[in-house]
Design a protein around this ligand. Structure first.
Ligand code: ATP
Ligand code: MG
Length: 426
């Protein structure tokens, strides 16, 4: 019997996991400069948490959710995205309380699950890093967070992108637009894809986002939501654009852009990149926007919110080889070559001491001959090699070789940590 990983999943192996750690650390650093703290919520929740937040008719809920009944007959689902769980937690833990600074800002990372057709950059278990800010209606925070997304990408030398923004306005805007859109689409009903025929009744805005060629042709001439904005919505969007201008961030307004999740209103945005990793097709890497009704939807007080999610696998595909190797610098500080049992004994003690002092260190554990041990030290890209033989044990002095220069010195066992630290700092 041979076993295989489930379709649409990947093993992240050593060699690549270092890069994942680097990305996660960069996220933590960048977001913390904007005062976001990490939040960790369960990877499964009550089904209704996602159903309510994403919307029953969203693709995520209607087609892509990994839901199941647990042994206690509860309807549960693996999270398809991060926001719903964070909002559930925000409400349950009363993070809206007066003791918390507003906006309340959190970020998360972790696996998400969607039953989709796997292809490059599209998996069934994938990873997102995302942020949410609760409690501010200010358009400035929309721009501030969009800018954080751009600054985050820049840390990976991703500076060529298209920032598309749009507004979905407020409830009144969407109600009026909804009607106008159905009015426009009705005559095309028989030409629409099967999916879009269904959407026409339930969620016509989603048709704007259809991946079907014919649908896309049809919606090209659809009315624009920008013509239906209320005064408030207009003002909010104008201020977002103004703030982006102040920050020197280029953007394109795409009035046909909608998002896959039903909870958005006012500002929505996507950061898209065209790259050979995506067959030169424009692909969304970061997407998000404003969701002023979502906290209420999940049982909390009226609280505005703004956030984004980023597909980590897609980001990974965009990081070039040079940047990758710069990041996954995984050389070893010290390797100890041992000759004889006494030396092996001593090496255990020295290794322990080095590691307790944050020096990475290793030795052979397969009883290799000396030549094999030196070869291993080379393969591990070791900076310093200590050799311990009979003589070194007797004199309690290690012979230390600096691999880059070939220089050798003899160091008292007791002085090893200090000497090595000095050498490493040079
Ligand atoms: P798409 O239109 O590409 O299906 P979406 O609207 O479903 O995207 P979101 O729900 O907004 O995407 O998720 C945010 C980001 O998460 C996406 O921009 C993408 O980078 C990533 N993402 C979404 N689904 C997947 C997946 N199945 N595999 C890998 N990454 C994904
Ligand atoms: Mg999708």
């Amino acid at each position: 019997m041979s076993y295989q990983k489930p379709k649409g999943t990947t093993d992240i192996l050593p060699g690549e996991s270092e890069l994942w750690q680097f990305i996660e650390k960069t996220a933590a650093d960048v977001f913390s400069d904007y005062r976001f703290s990490e939040i960790r919520t369960p990877i499964f929740e009550q089904y209704e948490v996602f159903q309510r937040s994403s919307g029953e008719t969203s693709d995520i809920v209607s087609k892509e959710m990994y839901d199941f009944e647990d042994k206690g007959n509860r309807h549960m689902a693996l999270r398809p995205e991060g926001t719903a769980g964070v909002v559930r937690s925000y409400v349950e833990n009363k993070l809206f309380g007066p003791e918390h600074v507003k906006p309340y800002k959190v970020w998360y990372k972790g696996p998400m699950f969607r039953y989709e057709r796997p292809q490059s950059g599209r998996q069934r278990q994938f990873h997102q890093i995302g942020v949410e800010a609760f409690g501010s209606t200010s358009p400035d925070i929309d721009a501030d967070i969009i800018s954080m997304a751009i600054n985050f990408l820049a840390k990976f030398n991703i500076i060529e992108y298209k920032l598309a923004i749009n507004t979905l306005g407020d409830k009144e805007t969407r109600q009026k637009y909804h009607e106008a859109l159905i009015e426009y689409l009705k005559p095309f009903k028989n030409e629409l894809s099967e999916d879009s025929k269904r959407r026409l009744e339930q969620n016509p805005l989603r048709i704007l986002d259809s991946k079907d060629k014919k649908d896309q042709e049809i919606v090209k001439n659809a009315p624009s939501i920008l013509d239906f904005l209320t005064e408030d919505s207009k003002e909010h969007f104008a201020r977002v654009k103004k703030a982006l201008n102040l920050l020197n961030i280029d953007y394109e307004v795409d009035s046909n852009m909608v998002r896959g999740l039903d909870y958005y209103n006012h500002t929505i945005f996507e950061v898209m990149v065209t790259d050979k990793a995506f067959d030169n097709k424009e692909t969304t890497v970061i997407a998000g926007g404003r969701y002023n009704g979502l906290v209420e939807e999940l049982g909390g007080p009226q609280t505005p919110g703004f956030g984004f999610g980023m597909g980590v696998e897609r980001l990974m595909l965009l990081i070039d080889q040079q940047t990758k190797s710069d990041m996954s610098n995984n050389s070893l500080d010290v390797f100890i070559v041992t000759i004889g049992q006494e030396a092996q004994n001593e090496s255990l003690v020295i290794l322990d001491r080095l590691r307790k002092n944050n020096i990475s260190a290793d030795r052979d554990f397969l009883n290799k001959k000396v030549k094999g041990q030196f070869k291993m030290a080379n393969n591990l890209n070791t900076k310093l090699v200590i050799t311990l033989g009979e003589e070194e044990i007797l004199s309690k002095k290690a012979s230390l070789k600096i691999m880059e220069t070939g220089d050798q010195l003899s160091v008292d066992f007791d002085d090893l940590v200090e000497t090595i630290k000095k050498l490493m700092n040079n």
